[in-house]
Design a protein around this ligand. Structure first.
Ligand SMILES: NC(=O)c1ccc[n+]([C@@H]2O[C@H](COP(=O)([O-])OP(=O)(O)OC[C@H]3O[C@@H](n4cnc5c(N)ncnc54)[C@H](O)[C@@H]3O)[C@@H](O)[C@H]2O)c1
Length: 388
């Protein structure tokens, strides 16, 4: 059994989830050949450190994130800070020889992702990123179905990530709504998940055309150090301008020739986390929605018109990773379980010296699509996906 000494930087929503995931590995992946030791966490808000230490048992804490980077015992760092800090933190971790897990989108813009990917690769370090929806057991099963040819040749991909977190105009103006702190809006926040899913399941995207919109243009100013992007202000609170987009729509062509569309919004009214895909092939089709993540609809006609329609299956221990969490079919898993699978694959990469995905390479492959979508907003035309 190998032990990897871990540090976590940024103890908000994701820092808490990463820490809980490392702590859960002892239970869920006890026989996985690698376990974490939580050495130090950092946040500039002191109260978050006290809470994190009490909850997850970090040996040390610091309000200076460089203490994590410079800690001689730490092998691997999780970076879960706001986007504008990612590049500086990743580069410092790489310079200090630490393996690094950084939440998507890895910086503000595609250039940042490319720089981080290239620096870590050159240094020979293991990397990972939070494209966590890949780890849903039925998504893994869907990938196996596609790769083994059960759906035939893929002809059409339909993706969507409709989230509600910015649908209320009283939702506070957190860092996510500011170009200087988040980079793009929904494009950097939700599209990494939606477009990565498309590329994971149906292969590389070749060219795109895209449109965008900001729905809520002013929001209440937040109280520094408190709240998340789910927090609300009050009517009459002072407001500030939203400087990035709420919505992105895109149409694209895959290298394979298949056609696809994706729509994402952080300000939709109704759906909560409707991260969904529909994939159509020449022999069958599948449909999935994260809101019911342990259900997959499968269309595999047997040739008889009497039995011709979608069948709904429920996740079971025969699907990848499911039995780590539930012993019998139909017992639902949760978002946080996906992050435990993710944490395991990051530490497994380090323990075995073999890079598993989604690493910074996968993030870079999305960044190329991100870049083409932004170019399309400017040109109003189809844009090729190309190197950055
Ligand atoms: N993979 C996913 O599903 C997923 C979901 C949510 C967020 N994310 C990503 O995770 C990252 C964090 O998002 P979040 O929702 O956890 O944000 P958050 O605002 O809840 O947390 C960010 C934390 O970073 C801390 N921080 C800010 N400046 C710091 C500094 N200089 N030094 C140390 N800590 C500092 C803040 O105090 C806060 O605790 C973002 O990049 C986001 O895109 C990914």
């Amino acid at each position: 059994m190998k032990t990897i000494n871990v540090g976590v930087i940024g103890m908000g929503w994701m820092g808490t989830v990463h820490s809980r995931s490392y702590a859960s590995m002892r239970d869920r992946f006890f026989d996985g050949g690698v376990l974490p030791n939580l050495v130090m966490c950092a946040d500039n808000v002191e109260a978050r450190l006290e809470e994190a230490q009490a909850r997850f048992g970090f040996a040390e804490t610091s309000t200076n994130w460089m203490d994590v980077i410079n800690h001689p015992d730490i092998d691997a760092v999780s970076i879960t800070s706001p986007n504008f800090l990612h590049r500086e933190m990743v580069m410092a971790a790489v310079a200090a020889g630490k393996h690094v897990m950084c939440e998507k989108p890895i910086g503000l813009l595609p250039d940042d992702v490319a720089a981080c990917y290239k620096a870590a690769k050159e240094a020979g370090l293991m990397t990972f990123t939070g494209l966590n929806y890949r780890w849903v057991p039925l998504v893994q099963y869907a990938k196996n179905m596609i790769d083994s040819g059960q759906l035939g040749e893929i002809t059409n991909y339909y993706g969507r990530f409709f989230a509600m977190y910015a649908s209320d105009p009283l939702g506070m103006l957190s860092w996510r709504f500011l170009k200087e702190e988040a980079g793009t809006g929904a494009l950097g926040d939700l599209m990494p998940h939606a477009a990565d899913m498309a590329q994971f399941l149906a292969g590389p995207i070749k060219r795109v055309t895209s449109t965008t919109q900001t729905v809520v243009t002013e929001r209440p100013l937040p109280v520094p150090g408190r709240g998340t992007h789910f927090s609300k202000g009050q009517p009459g609170d002072p407001t500030g301008a939203v400087t990035n987009e709420d919505y992105v729509g895109a149409m694209f062509e895959f290298d394979s020739g298949a056609r696809g569309t994706i729509e994402i919004s952080r300000a939709i009214f109704g759906p909560k986390v409707e991260n969904r895909f529909e994939i159509y092939g020449t022999k069958g089709a599948i449909r999935w929605n994260f809101e019911t993540m342990d259900e997959l609809e499968i269309y595999l006609p047997d040739g008889s018109n009497a039995h011709d329609g979608f069948t709904r299956i429920l996740a079971s221990p025969d699907n990848p990773f499911y039995s780590r969490f539930q012993p019998g079919p139909g017992n639902n898993m949760s978002y946080d379980d996906l992050k435990v699978v993710e944490a395991y694959h990051f530490l497994k990469s380090i323990a075995d010296g073999e890079q598993l995905e989604p690493s910074f390479k996968s993030a870079y492959e999305f960044a190329q699509v991100h870049d083409a979508m932004m170019r399309s907003w400017e040109s109003g035309a189809w844009e090729d996906v190309r190197d950055i």
